[in-house]
Design a protein around this ligand. Structure first.
Ligand code: BQF
Length: 293
């Protein structure tokens, strides 16, 4: 079993981005600028946004945090989005999810200028991904693809089983793994809450991608000997021995599954840190106008 060190790889990638940023600056180029909209006071969202802002500082990007009350109306939030679309200094921005229940996430997503959609959630960018065109890949799938690539994990001809079909992870991941690319060319099965005998489907996998959002959902009996296991879950479980009162666990029962796997990602320190570096990579692409003129 080999541990995939997402945290270490993210640090390496951030160092690479920092070198590129200092080159841009030293040749008189514009400093890449990422903005984030944070609505309300969901504690996990606040942590994620803080992570992103700190990562911007670490690589030399400019960052702007736009904080709004949970009571903001949809009209007002659409105006914030329009303002960022029109702000010439901002190369890309994200709207931190989840949004309060009274706001239609799809309506907000559709209002983001695809040129600035560095989360890659706009239908234009997801469509471009599906067709294999240059795009901003959704951050988590992009991070996973980079991990597989940098660890030299063969995907061609392998059977990949994705557990979960969310718009931001399961669905785009299943598409990327099936494309004719260096980190694609898999035969892909996508499984979800209505799959009959999900355990047997997952047992056929050479590569398992667990993105269902249920703590310890993937158990040892569901994993083939020698499989590559990518754990996207970040679940809080009560733990009185921790000072916060909880600890983070993935969607995979790590202790049980690790001995059977060839490669496995830990939680924390696996996919999560790679999600953040992907956002930085997309922002760099935006500032260089590599996707749209
Ligand atoms: C780590 C996210 C669910 C819903 C909305 C490092 C992050 C997480 C974990 C992080 C996530 C998850 C983010 C670790 C951003 C990943 O060390 O394991 C970084 O900041 N993430 C998000 O912005 O929105 C989410 C998960």
């Amino acid at each position: 079993m080999q541990l995939i060190d997402g945290k270490g790889l993210a640090k390496t990638i951030k160092e690479e981005i920092a070198v590129e940023v200092s080159q841009i600056k030293s040749t008189g180029g514009k400093t890449p600028h990422l903005a984030a909209i944070l609505v309300g006071d969901n504690p996990a969202s606040a942590v994620y946004v803080r992570n992103k802002v700190k990562s911007c500082e670490a690589v030399g990007f400019k960052s702007t945090l736009v904080r709004k009350e949970a009571t903001i109306t949809q009209e007002e939030l659409l105006q914030v989005v329009a303002d960022l679309n029109n702000d010439a200094d901002i190369d890309g921005y994200i709207v931190q999810l989840p949004l309060p229940a009274h706001i239609d996430e799809d309506a907000i997503n559709l209002a983001i200028d695809p040129k600035k959609d560095v989360d890659g959630f706009h239908p234009m960018n997801l469509g471009r991904m599906t067709l294999g065109l240059e795009t901003y890949l959704p951050a988590t799938p992009y991070g996973i693809v980079q991990m597989l690539d940098r660890y030299g994990i063969e995907t061609s001809g392998k059977h990949c089983v994705v557990v979960g079909r969310s718009n931001i992870v399961g669905t785009p991941m299943s598409i990327l793994m099936s494309r004719k690319t260096k980190t694609g060319n898999c035969t892909v099965t996508i499984t979800h809450s209505r799959t009959k005998d999900l355990a047997s489907e997952v047992r056929r996998a050479d590569i398992v991608i667990a993105a269902i959002g249920i703590a310890n959902f993937v158990t040892a009996d569901m994993v083939k000997e020698g499989a590559v296991v990518i754990d996207v879950g970040i679940n809080r479980v009560e733990d009185a021995s921790r000072k916060r009162g909880y600890r983070l666990v993935g969607d995979v029962d790590f202790d049980q599954v690790a001995p059977k796997s060839s490669f496995i990602t830990p939680v924390p320190g696996g996919v999560g840190p790679m999600t953040v570096t992907s956002l930085l990579m997309n922002t760099l692409k935006a500032s260089r106008k590599e996707v749209y003129k």
